[in-house]
Design a protein around this ligand. Structure first.
Ligand code: SAH
Length: 275
């Protein structure tokens, strides 16, 4: 075989040793060492030859290699300045690989990925939510987002109204995509092992289910969940109590009980009445 498989404990240890690297905790570095997990992520992303794929955090190229082997054209964004030299060697010979050095939260993604693209990533867990919210922003031509996250975050992403973990992230994900947890991944599949169990979530991006002023909608959602134990009448008081009472949504309810449609109705009422 031309390329040795990176997703393997001894191969990964060997690469880290050779380049005198240690996984940097502050950068959320937990490298995959399980080829089966890499394969399952590639399958969950339904990679076809020629697919444009954005990877966040290439690390030493473990998942990248699986994506490239499946025929994807991969653009990987990596923040750690020590890793480009490593990737140059571990992914030498793959033609469809482009490395972008920088911070995924600061890069202009619309410019970087102007064509339809998918996301496949084993995310740095310290900024999972910010990354997901960035990817879900309107006007990006992203069609599918397949990410490894902490299991607890995965559950929040797909949580239904009425559950304790339903929150602003759930609404943002479900507004933009049909999502499901594909499978769980134990700590032993990584080097070093994270403290938590992980899960891979597949988000199929589609049109929002209704038309709203998105900026205002999300402002209402975030404000309502910022004080999730309070009734809507109190948590959203800054929008005007009369408008809440006139919205048609019971103002004694809490944010965590509202469906997306109800949030839309509430946000439209709050906005229209304020003009
Ligand atoms: N994909 C690799 C590495 C996952 S660990 C694997 O599966 O083995 C997460 C990676 O994200 C690390 O390489 C880390 O350096 C990188 N990273 C952390 N913060 C980042 C940021 N803000 N922008 C881009 N990459 C980041």
């Amino acid at each position: 075989m031309l390329h040795p498989v990176i997703a393997d404990p001894s191969a990964t240890r060997h690469i880290l040793k050779k380049f005198k690297l240690r996984a940097v905790k502050g950068l959320g570095q937990n490298f995959l060492i399980d080829a089966y997990t890499v394969q399952k992520i590639v399958e969950a992303a339904e990679i076809c030859a020629g697919d444009e794929v954005l990877e966040i955090g290439a690390g030493i190229g473990t998942l990248t290699q699986g994506l490239l082997e499946a025929g994807a054209k991969v653009t990987a964004v990596e923040l750690d300045k020590k890793l480009p030299a490593v990737l140059k060697e571990t992914l030498a010979g793959y033609e469809n690989f482009r490395l972008v050095e920088g911070d995924i939260l600061k890069i202009n993604l619309a410019e970087l990925m102007p064509q339809k693209f998918k996301v496949a990533a084993n995310l740095p867990y310290y900024i999972t939510t910010q990354i997901l919210l960035t990817l879900l922003e309107k006007n990006l031509p992203v069609t599918k987002i397949v990410t490894m996250v902490q299991r607890e975050v995965a559950e929040r992403m797909v949580a239904a109204p009425g559950s304790k973990i339903y929150g602003a992230l759930s609404v943002a994900v479900q507004f933009r995509a049909d999502s499901k947890i594909a499978f769980e991944v134990p700590p032993e599949s990584f080097l070093p092992p994270p403290k938590v169990t992980s899960a891979v979530v597949v988000c199929d991006v589609r049109k929002p289910p209704f038309e709203v002023d998105e900026d205002f909608f999300f402002k209402v959602v975030r404000t309502a969940f910022a004080q999730r134990r309070k009734t809507l009448l109190n948590s959203l008081a800054s929008f005007g109590r009369e408008k809440i009472l006139a919205s048609g949504i019971d103002s004694s309810r809490r944010a965590e009980t509202l469906s997306l449609e109800e949030f839309a109705k509430l946000s439209t009422a709050l906005q229209n009445n304020s003009r």
